[in-house]
Write a protein that binds this ligand. Sequence first.
Ligand SMILES: NC(=O)c1ccc[n+]([C@@H]2O[C@H](COP(=O)([O-])OP(=O)(O)OC[C@H]3O[C@@H](n4cnc5c(N)ncnc54)[C@H](OP(=O)(O)O)[C@@H]3O)[C@@H](O)[C@H]2O)c1
Length: 333
Amino acid sequence: MGEFINPALVPTVTLPSGEKVPCVGMGTFGSDRVSAEEVSKAVAGALRCGYRMFDCAACYGNEVQIGEVFREAFEEGIVERKDLFIMTKVWNDMHREVEKACRKSIADLQCDYVDLYFIHWPFPNYHAPGCDVDSRNPDSRPFSVEEFMDTYRQCEELVEKGVIRYIGISNMTIPKLEAVLPLMKIKPAACELELHVCFQQQELYDYLVAHNIQPVGYMPLGSPRRPERDICPEDVADLQLPEMKAIADAHGVHPALIALKWAQQRGEISIPFSVHNFASNLKCVTEDPLTEEEMKMISTLEKGNRLVKGQVFLWEGANDWHDLWDEDGVIVK
Ligand SMILES: NC(=O)c1ccc[n+]([C@@H]2O[C@H](COP(=O)([O-])OP(=O)(O)OC[C@H]3O[C@@H](n4cnc5c(N)ncnc54)[C@H](OP(=O)(O)O)[C@@H]3O)[C@@H](O)[C@H]2O)c1
């Protein structure tokens, strides 16, 4: 048996409800490179090493395999269902059938209910898993408040039915949030967004905190093995920055662990994916914190380096991927 990190020693964040959850969860997207079997094997290892939060999604194509791992862990008494915090997401092609999608994820994950259910993207623009960067769906449309709220209402009903415990949103912008937050009956507990040292999204981060929505940072390590479609020549490799290497040397660890300590000390939940390093990724938040100076130094490494640009979600008539992110402060239609 590998290393065990006592879950009670993992720092927590407090959701708007007052519930405390771990500040690190295991990502489960194989980035079109790691098979469903390998991802589920990593989840099995992570469970036994002390992870209690998992970030899943229907579109990652591995919920059946991960569900087998959960079932085995429950049967072997390694954890009980109530000890886990399972997050998953409705994919863009199921916005009109959220309950069906959610119940399928629950059946696949063999988890009875979902703790936090995200709307993966705020539009129903579907692209097939593993598609290339130039593929476009002719049915794609710009963001619509009405369509989004219809999807969101279905999530609210799932909370009322006890199928999910909390609602999450993902890949949102401040203008979109401004439009939809006042219309919601049940506020979202969390927002999943791209967050890493070269893409800190401070304004959106502060907005979420001010609105009592917990930020969940995806790609916390700058996703060094992300899918080909998300790699551009101008991208910066966060973990190779000399400043990150210098801080890592001072702590005698890999720069990845510095990125995760920074995320935890900033107040996020981070969801690093790992097949080989998941134990050190969880352990690092339980020991040897960064100094205030190191935290300040890392806050200067912002480079506006969005990695998930989202080109495949563009609609006809859109200019380019910047249109997805409402950079001028208004919803681009
Ligand atoms: N909501 C959304 O739209 C959205 C979008 C993207 C991602 N996500 C979620 O966020 C999760 C994380 O994003 P990601 O998987 O793209 O990127 P990431 O977690 O930033 O990076 C994962 C990569 O880093 C490597 N790594 C992990 N720990 C390491 C360590 N200690 N030292 C060196 N290398 C290390 C892993 O390799 P090894 O396997 O060899 O350790 C893996 O190749 C996903 O799995 C998914 O759950 C959500």
